[in-house]
Design a protein around this ligand. Structure first.
Ligand SMILES: [Zn+2]
Length: 379
């Protein structure tokens, strides 16, 4: 019997969780466990939380993020940042982040955070970086003990509405041999074009360092164009609006504009975050998310979580949602995963080794297992 297990859909949940996954776009302050937020708030005397019940708090975060109100969405970060102002708190959330990703079958992750958001109680930016590095190392060790091999690289984020980007870029270079693999800018897109931070990007280029830029989420093509052609971004955070440069003729055939062609030709990775994009209105629904079209057209598309807490999500959940919406199977998950690994900010030989020794054999094993299950179900 011939079974095309690669496109078998829906892929069983346990298989999705065990499938090796690579995550490039995940915010540390967007991924706290609700129970941890409550404990950290108690420890530090933070009394602004909307609830001290973990389930209720989780619901509150999700509702605020889906409310369509930017104020409510931003308020969620006020709390996660508010409870991570001490070395112990930061180290703990970094450790739990790695543990949660490992348990979800993520084998490589780039986790980003903005040092400047954690300085309210006397930590320096270097303290922040060192606590996160230490926490992530502990979390990876714990994951390994639990049977999950996970590697985490950190990205330092500068807020695009502030003026510290050069300083943060210098820290990214200073810590590049200690576990920091790149740089990012994030925050409100409209009115804050990436070219405001040219100094930081030119510095990074001169230092042969890697960076990604949040662009083309809330704001359209000019933001993507600036990020690539002025700033020299290696990758695009979201980049969803690149579809605005693709037109369909009367026969329904897509035609790429010059910017979309450039992005595809140069294999510029798009860090797409389906659930988050729906929450912010960058996509109407998962089923109407441009990821389907961009994948069909062969763009270098990757799947990411963005803010696991606010979106109530995980890599496995994002994959499952895409599977439901587009009928994706293991072949597609593997394609996304290989795309992401190719686009990671770690050295080429390590990426290649991970693809050939972990990702490909991992998926082959799961395909065989699904085929086996189907065979047994037939008997
Ligand atoms: Zn993001």
């Amino acid at each position: 019997m011939v079974i095309n297990a690669g496109t078998y859909a829906p892929v069983p949940e346990d298989i999705i969780v065990r499938a090796p996954k690579v995550l490039l776009h995940d915010h540390l302050d967007g991924g706290l466990r609700p129970s941890t937020i409550i404990e950290l708030a108690e420890d530090s005397g933070y009394d602004d939380l909307p609830s001290t019940d973990a389930d209720e708090l989780a619901r509150w975060f999700s509702e605020a993020a889906y409310s369509g109100s930017l104020e409510r969405y931003l308020e969620t970060f006020k709390h996660t940042v508010g409870v991570t102002q001490t070395p112990e708190a930061l180290r703990r959330v970094a450790r739990e982040c790695a543990e949660d990703l490992g348990a979800d079958g993520v084998i490589y992750a780039e986790v980003r955070f903005a040092p400047e958001l954690h300085l309210q109680r006397g930590m320096t930016a270097r303290d922040v970086i060192e606590e996160v590095l230490a926490g992530v190392a502990e979390g990876c060790e714990q994951s390994a003990d639990d049977g999950h091999t996970l590697r985490v690289g950190l990205l330092l984020t500068a807020m695009r509405t502030a003026t510290h980007s050069r300083e943060i870029a210098e820290l990214a270079v200073e810590y590049r041999d200690a576990g920091v693999v790149g740089f990012d800018i994030a925050g409100a897109e409209a009115g804050f074009p990436p070219t405001r931070h040219l100094d930081a990007f030119e510095y990074l280029q001169r230092e042969n360092a890697h960076f990604t830029i949040h662009a083309g989420e809330a704001f359209g093509l000019p933001s993507i164009w600036e990020a690539i052609q002025w700033c020299g971004a290696d990758r695009l955070g979201h980049g969803v609006r690149i579809v605005d440069d693709i037109e369909f003729d009367t026969e329904g055939v897509p035609h790429l504009g010059r910017l979309a062609s450039y992005v595809r030709d140069r294999r510029i990775p798009l860090e797409m975050c389906p659930s988050s994009n729906v929450q912010t209105g960058a996509a109407e629904t998962i089923a109407r998310h441009p990821i389907g079209l961009l994948k069909d057209l062969g763009f270098r598309v990757t799947v990411n979580t963005d803010n696991r807490l606010m979106s109530g999500t995980s890599m496995s959940r994002e994959m499952a949602l895409l599977s439901d919406a587009f009928g994706y199977g293991l072949d597609d998950f593997q394609w996304f995963t290989v795309n992401a690994m190719k686009s990671a900010f770690i050295p080429f030989d390590e990426r290649l080794r991970t693809i050939n020794e972990v990702i490909k054999p991992g998926y082959a094993e799961l395909r065989a297992e699904i085929a086996d299950r189907l065979d047994r179900a037939k008997d």
